[in-house]
Design a protein around this ligand. Structure first.
Ligand SMILES: Cc1ncc(COP(=O)(O)O)c(C=O)c1O
Length: 295
């Protein structure tokens, strides 16, 4: 991602350097908020309704009341893209619980939930990353939402993901994969993870507490449509050792081949044929969506 060129706060547009929210905002004080990252192609926010569904379901899990009806939020996101004037962009939509005195009690809130929308030029990984594949590291960690009612919600507290990414960058790797106490690989710090073993596509199920990745869902449906067997189970070390291919998916990265996990080379150490096929299938899905989009 990159720096935004436009910020909307509660629907009002600001240049990023002018955009301010209160220090009493609970998003700032407690990481008490939810967010979405969308990718805009040819001026159209891809998978807009799926992102809205996930955003609103994250808010519902945190019992954050919506400040506007869904349709008004949808219009606001489309309008933010239009105002940015950008054709290829990222859009980040945030909802914090709002503002009030210090303290955890939500009954003291003085404002409705606050909306902050960022739009800026998108910066996906460079073409070499797709051509050669990237390295990732394994990271053991438990996130604030793991194993509780907020599991699977996209909450603004990404502190474990930040630490995992810091470790990955120190090791010269692109991403960190979160591993649970049973040695199962769940997902990347900010991506979904897949591997291909003996012609079967394997990725952790949502029941393992991973984010319901929107790119993940599109890739799984493209794989099923192509007749590729898919297993939703969290891969373990033996799957990694026997993997022929691996890749990450996310809104910004789309489908990014993984050729190394720690010191271990995946398969032949180059992006594989299944990964390439799914990346093309995803690109076709995106293109069709953009062609057919109407607001
Ligand atoms: C923890 C996590 N998993 C997976 C993803 C990928 O989800 P999506 O494909 O919806 O961008 C993200 C994206 O931000 C993420 O933060």
């Amino acid at each position: 991602m990159s720096r935004p060129t436009l910020v909307l706060i509660d629907g009002v547009a600001f240049a990023p350097e002018e955009a301010r929210i209160s220090v009493l905002d609970r998003g700032f004080l407690y990481g008490d908020g939810v967010f979405e990252t969308l990718r805009v192609y040819r001026g159209v926010p891809f998978a807009l309704d799926e992102h809205l569904d996930r955003w609103l379901s994250s808010a519902a899990r945190l019992e954050i009341a919506l400040p506007l009806p869904r349709e008004a939020l949808r219009r606001e996101l489309i309008e933010a893209v239009r105002r940015s004037g950008l054709e290829e962009a990222f859009l980040r939509a945030m909802l914090t619980r709002g503002e009030g005195p210090l303290g955890l009690d939500v009954s003291t809130l003085e404002t409705p939930a606050r909306r902050v929308v960022f739009v800026g030029p998108v910066q996906p990984p460079p073409p070499e990353a797709y051509a050669r594949g990237v390295g990732v590291v394994l990271y053991r960690g438990v996130r604030p939402t793991d194993g509780n009612v907020a599991e699977g919600a996209k909450v603004t507290n990404y502190v474990v993901a930040v630490l995992a990414t810091t470790q990955a960058r120190r090791a010269g790797a692109h991403e960190a994969l979160l591993v649970d106490a049973r040695d199962r690989i769940l997902e990347g710090a900010s991506s979904s993870f897949f591997l291909v073993r003996d012609g079967v596509l394997i990725t952790a199920p949502e029941s393992a507490g991973v984010l319901a990745g929107i790119t993940r869902a599109h890739v799984l449906s493209a794989a099923r449509a192509a007749g590729l067997p898919c297993e939703e189970r969290a891969p373990g070390p033996e799957d990694l050792a026997a993997a022929d291919e691996a890749f990450l998916t996310s809104t910004i990265r789309e489908v990014l081949p993984v050729v190394r996990v720690g010191d271990q080379v995946v398969g032949a150490g180059v992006p594989g044929a299944v990964t390439r096929r799914l990346a093309s299938a995803h690109a076709v899905q995106v293109s069709r969506y953009i062609d057919e989009f109407s607001d």
